[in-house]
Write a new protein. Structure first.
Length: 182
């Protein structure tokens, strides 16, 4: 390892999509970061112990695990680690929980390397973000409610299904679908 590699900021990239990780890792390295990738939480924690990352980009869904649990563990380990949650399954409930757990920003996929880096370095909120004049659709409201109950149950699908009075498999099917935009 060269001296220039030792001075580059360290970034932990965690996503179960290996191809996505490879492409994003290359893009982040081209922008001057020392990047380590992991495709599961256990490996991510091992790499975090050796890398001591200044930054982390974490997918919300890592296989069957929640990236929120990894964010909580990284924040406990070092509260100065700047983290972004990246997800194709964005919801209000998970965004709120991510921020409570010490995440700097929450981005919906697709997001490119420049958007991710901008989010990692963003220190304040934007009061100019437009507020929608349209209410959420019933399907989106259902998705948000499922995510809220799942968060209340710490990601335990069986407990959430009991609380929602639905079969666990039905809840799993609903959660596996991409959320509707509005």
């Amino acid at each position: 390892m060269t001296d220039s590699a030792n001075t580059r900021p360290t970034l932990l990239l965690v996503d179960d999509d290996a191809l996505f990780c490879e492409v994003l890792e290359d893009a982040l390295q081209d922008r001057g970061y020392q990047v380590e990738s992991a495709h599961d939480i256990a490996t991510a924690l091992e790499k975090a112990n050796s890398l001591d990352p200044e930054y982390a980009v974490i997918d919300l869904r890592i296989g069957q695990e929640s990236g929120l649990s990894l964010a909580a563990q990284l924040h406990t380990r070092d509260e100065n680690t700047r983290m972004v949650i990246l997800t194709g399954y964005a919801s209000i409930a998970t965004a709120v929980e991510a921020i409570k757990l010490g995440v700097t920003h929450y981005l919906a996929k697709p997001a490119d390397a420049d958007e991710i880096l901008a989010a990692l370095h963003k220190d304040e909120g934007n009061p100019e973000v437009p507020v929608s004049s349209n209410p959420m659709s019933v399907k989106r409201l259902e998705w948000e409610h499922l995510q809220k109950v799942l968060a209340e149950c710490s990601g335990n699908i069986s407990a959430a299904a009991r609380k929602l009075h639905m079969h666990r498999r039905t809840l799993q099917r609903k959660l596996a679908k991409r959320p509707v935009r509005e």
